[in-house]
Design a protein around this ligand. Structure first.
Ligand code: SF4
Length: 382
């Protein structure tokens, strides 16, 4: 029988069915590499757990990290995240401003010492004692140093907060750095990306709420469920790379026909992220940079995005088989048409299906997953 809490959450999520809600949580669990049974646990935690207080600080940034969360075409993702947490302070989202808000932040830090989650987007300028970014009379450097030690968990949202990103690019006139460099004694979860995928934040928060600990992280602090596979493995243009079909310039015939973007500077072969499988903007087929014809910029890799010129060829780190082979050009040699081999491990497939299926679960009332994978890549391949 449905509890009041369950009904409330479903209402907040736009009245989706109980079945779809459970399905959504189950697919998110699969996306995190958890057994499917963890979906029920996550669903339970969503409706019963006390909402963790969150302080969200924005420093040297373009607001793209917050925008990517808020501007998803389907409102459920943003609602789910904002309903899951108690957002006690956010310069971008607060309706109130000035002393009132600063007092609310101080009160929340005091009341929730060691329990609140600190989310930071944007880099921190360090030149001239950090005077290039000040909020309420304090530098970003001061705010970070006085807030982070009291947090239960610290999340760097986006490439700038993780390791400097765009603010630290080129000559880096303000000596901007990511918060990882400034908090050497604290574990910082990094969710790099420009913008980062909001699903990765949602999944990290859900994991923290459900299991009372952080998900497994790689050596750069990135959740392994989202950043353990190289983009090149999951890319729908991979058959063209393997067959040697490369777009030579933007707008040429091969570019328009969906060929590989390696020669246009695609950094997919040296970048770890789940962009090709989770996608962006919740609009479905192909909505990620490579899917719409732009080479991967490498924004989730510390020494690639914002550090390597786009026109340089990527360093091919490893050449493991792709997770799946989609149809290549039927009229060309190389990969024979129709090859569809499930070549890689099931974990990758779970991650791959995770994001898009989660969206589908919310958008459909009936369990009819047929056609999801088929839809991806439509219009790009001939
Ligand atoms: S080089 Fe880029 S476009 Fe080509 S297969 Fe790899 S990730 Fe995809």
């Amino acid at each position: 029988m449905e509890t009041d809490a369950f009904a409330t959450v479903r209402r907040q999520l736009g009245g989706i069915s109980r079945r779809d809600f459970i399905k959504f949580c189950t697919v998110l669990a699969a996306g995190m590499g958890l057994p499917l049974s963890a979906g029920a646990r996550i669903a339970e935690a969503v409706v019963t757990a006390k909402r963790p207080p969150v302080i969200w600080l924005s420093f040297q940034e373009c607001t793209g990290c917050v925008e990517s969360l808020l501007r998803s075409s389907h409102p459920t993702l943003e609602h789910l995240l904002l309903d899951l947490i108690s957002l006690d302070y956010s310069e971008t989202l607060s309706a109130a401003a000035g002393h009132q808000v600063e007092e609310a932040k101080a009160d929340s830090i005091k009341a929730n010492k060691g329990r609140f989650v600190l989310v930071v987007d944007g880099a921190v300028p360090t030149k001239d004692n950090g005077i290039y970014c000040k909020i309420a009379g304090k530098t970003a450097l001061e705010i970070l140093k006085e807030t982070a030690p009291h947090a239960g968990a610290v999340i760097a949202m986006g490439s700038c907060a993780s390791w400097g990103g765009v603010a630290a690019a080129g000559s880096n006139p303000t000596d901007a750095v990511g918060i990882v460099d400034l908090l050497p004694k604290q574990k910082v979860v990094t969710i790099p990306g420009c913008p980062p995928n909001p699903y990765n934040l949602l999944s990290t928060v859900l994991y923290y709420i459900t299991f009372k600990k952080l998900p497994e992280l790689d050596e750069k602090g990135r959740p392994k469920f989202a950043y353990s596979r190289i983009i090149h493995e999951n890319c729908e243009r991979r058959p063209h790379f393997d067959a040697g079909r490369f777009a030579q310039q933007f707008g040429d015939d091969l570019h328009r026909r969906g060929a590989c973007l390696y020669k246009l500077g695609c950094k997919g072969p040296e970048t770890y992220a789940n962009c090709p499988t989770v996608l962006f903007g919740e609009t479905g087929a192909g909505t990620w940079p490579v899917g719409i014809g732009h080479p991967c910029f490498g924004c989730t890799e510390e020494k690639v995005g914002f550090k390597t010129p786009l026109f340089t060829l990527a360093n091919i780190k490893e050449l493991s088989p792709p997770v799946f082979f989609s149809e290549a050009f039927p009229d060309k040699s190389g990969i024979s048409p129709g090859i569809k081999v499930l070549a890689a491990g099931t974990a990758g497939m779970a991650i791959g299906v995770g994001g898009t299926a989660a969206l589908a679960a919310l958008k459909r009332s009936d369990a009819d997953d047929e056609g999801d994978e088929k839809g991806r890549g439509d219009g790009k391949e001939v």
